[in-house]
Design a protein around this ligand. Sequence first.
Ligand code: PLP
Length: 387
Amino acid sequence: MIYLDNNATTPVDPAVLDAMLPYLRDEFANPSSGYAAGKRVRRAIEHARGQVAELLNCEPEEIVFTSGGTEGDNTALFAATRLMPHRRHLVLGSTEHDAVLRYARWLEREQGYGLTLLPVGRDGRVDPADLDRAIRPDATAAVALMWANNETGVIGPVEEAAAICAAYGVLFFTDAVQAAGKIPVSLRDSGIHFAAISGHKIHAPKGIGALYVSSRSPFHPMIHGGSQENQRRAGTENVPGIVGLGAAAEIARARLNFPAPSAGDPVGAIRDHFETQVLQSIEGVTINGHRERRTPNTCSLCIAGVDAQAMIVLMEQKGFAISAGSACTTGDLTPSHVLTAMGLSAEEARTALRFSFSRFNTLDDAASAAAALQAAVTRFREISTPR
Ligand code: PLP
């Protein structure tokens, strides 16, 4: 199988697995234990914290290990509501991940919070002027705007949004799950209070992630118990996961340092090769989202008159794993909220496919995927055209 669904999850890098194995075998001590074996494990955790901090350009003390992106997203919003108890309004981008949207919807339904969803243009981007208008200076507790979208790869105006929030004294959170490791993410002096990342999107395992908590920001933990993670997230640490996340972060950071920006991103070259071939060979294709301000690995496209679910099956028969919209909506016939927020009709959104590449793909994978897609679309159009 040629795996082109790397925004859903990524294969664990063999080097990451190698880094983790000692902590699944011999180094099993509890990092809170006072004897040497525990101290060795503690040092491994702190080393990983430094590796993640380097990827995000922040201080190691600002990294809190979590169980993944969903916990980071929920925790950031939870902390914001606890820190600003008298402010009961939240502003979110309308294309946020469900881990943000559904938590905010729960706050709206169960706790009476006001919610403003910021519109996006056809390019998938929020207009910072809309954010400025949406903030209610006395009522807004926090703003959440994702760094990069999981379906389209569109990169949000995160730095501008953080500056606007700072001017109003509003907490600013960004879901950086799809951005970290793919594009430079620099949190130092960014004005961002909280940022969430997830291991399994960057070739570490599932069930591990990190929440950046700015040293300038107060915090309120969601999980209580022991005093792990400097009292910010209780529970015995997922040591192999943390070591894996650290190793994955170090590899990702090294790969982001291209010889020169003009040399471009090698994964971007693979994605672009795929798009060029598809646009040349298939009629009625549109690329969704801003063409430049996108993560280099992601291609979301609509193919006129084609059913995305049927395409997934046809592509699987040809040996390719791809998705329609996000993984969470696969099998669910409601059209993607991301694409409909961008102004696509429900019918158009049901023609959308996502191809997401990684460094483990090749230019040949891109070329053969484009050829397979062309054959699948031709086949679909043949059988669905009335004679
Ligand atoms: N945020 C975004 C943008 C994502 O793409 C995902 C994963 O699909 C998540 C959050 C959730 O992360 P996790 O699967 O680690 O809980």
